[in-house]
Ligand binder design. Structure first.
Ligand SMILES: NC(=O)c1ccc[n+]([C@@H]2O[C@H](COP(=O)([O-])OP(=O)(O)OC[C@H]3O[C@@H](n4cnc5c(N)ncnc54)[C@H](O)[C@@H]3O)[C@@H](O)[C@H]2O)c1
Length: 337
């Protein structure tokens, strides 16, 4: 079965007009979210510098593919640099808006021996960038934080007032980076805003994430491992909504400096419900094995987005089914039917 793609491409992201004359820096541009965000900015006509170091959490080949569309654009420039060690002063020269998406993703991998990578790529890199923009002032610094900072909160839907209690080392590093953004905003007037993304999905989703694995397993007949029985819930957010939230946050960063906002998709469902929907869309049955819940996984997430709506004018627009159709179609292009 072939599905009609519905992607964010070709659509002008709302909120983009609000940036005025801008030259944007997107960190983590070869990743899932960063590549979509850079495409949105480029399509809106902004000059964009994208930076990435191709950390090996997943293969470079996939990240190079994420960049294909961008590399052909005259208003896009790619810089390969490790933000933990590179010359940030030079990178920031002439930049007016920073979209800091670079990070060490994944909750389960953040235990044990890999933790130093999380400290470096999530905390140290954020501090270096904040320190660098003190000397190269920008109009906006938008940081990609995560719903993982809430852990197993009992407050559902969860507002930004809930006490952060991460259940993974990854979550603690994102929380620390958020605090750095707030500190630099309060102390040095950096217009830093943190957006707490709730599970992002859509075309080019990271290969370690559940929707990607389920779609691939349905299309190539392989087995999907369900951690924790599938009755856990997530508030799933389509990547085009994340792009729009970034643009809205960047256009109002001065008024919201130091603040954090939940960015959710308004699609809170169980993993089993997602599997059922994908089975219906593909007309195939998923082969699955059930294994215990993994350390670091929160049981439920559900965003209260009223603060983002009031301060940024953000409201998610994508329904789960439309977003899943778009993701399935993009994976189908690569997996023979
Ligand atoms: N995808 C989600 O569901 C989700 C949810 C919450 C938060 N986030 C956050 O959003 C951001 C983007 O997530 P993603 O899913 O696109 O992840 P991703 O792994 O696809 O992209 C992150 C990119 O950052 C790059 N990077 C990491 N450290 C770097 C460094 N030191 N220098 C230069 N580049 C570096 C990586 O090479 C990678 O390409 C991350 O910060 C992540 O923590 C993502």
């Amino acid at each position: 079965m072939r599905l009609t793609p519905i992607t964010s491409r070709g659509r002008q992201p709302k909120g983009a007009q609000g940036l005025g004359p801008a030259r944007c820096l997107v960190t983590g541009v070869a990743g899932f979210v960063g590549s979509h965000l850079a495409e949105g900015l480029v399509q809106a006509g902004y000059p964009v510098v994208g930076v990435d170091s191709f950390v090996d959490y997943y293969p470079r080949l996939i990240k190079e593919r994420n960049l294909l569309e961008l590399r052909g654009q005259s208003n896009f420039q790619f810089v390969e640099m490790d933000l933990a060690t590179g010359d940030l002063g030079r990178l920031l020269d002439g930049i007016t808006h920073v979209f800091h998406q670079a990070g060490q993703a994944g909750v389960r991998a953040s235990w044990d021996a890999d933790f130093p990578r999380y400290v470096v790529n999530n905390i140290l890199v954020t501090q270096r960038l904040l320190q660098a923009v003190r000397h190269a002032p920008v109009q906006a610094f938008v940081f990609a934080s995560s719903s993982s900072i809430y852990g197993n909160t009992r407050e559902l839907p969860t507002s930004e007032r809930a006490l952060p209690t991460p259940v993974s080392p990854y979550g603690t590093t994102k929380l620390a980076a958020e605090h750095l953004c707030r500190l630099y905003a309060q102390t040095f007037g950096i217009p830093a805003v943190s957006l707490r993304y709730f599970t992002v999905y859509g075309p080019r989703q990271r290969p370690d994430m559940a929707f990607h694995k389920i779609c691939s397993a349905l299309l190539d007949g392989s087995e999907f491992e369900i951690f924790g029985g599938g009755e856990q819930t997530r508030d799933f957010t389509y990547v085009a909504d994340i792009v729009r939230a970034n643009l809205l946050a960047a256009s109002s960063a001065a008024q919201n400096a130091g603040r954090v906002f939940n960015i959710g998709g308004g699609n809170r469902v169980t993993l089993n419900a997602v599997i059922h929907l994908l089975e219906t869309l593909t007309g195939r049955r998923l082969k699955r094995t059930v294994t215990p819940q993994q350390a670091g996984d929160a049981r439920h997430t559900y965003a209260d987005c009223s603060a983002a709506e009031a301060a940024l004018g953000f409201r998610p627009e994508w329904q789960l089914e439309a977003g899943l159709v778009a993701q399935l179609a993009s994976i189908q292009e690569r997996v023979p039917a």
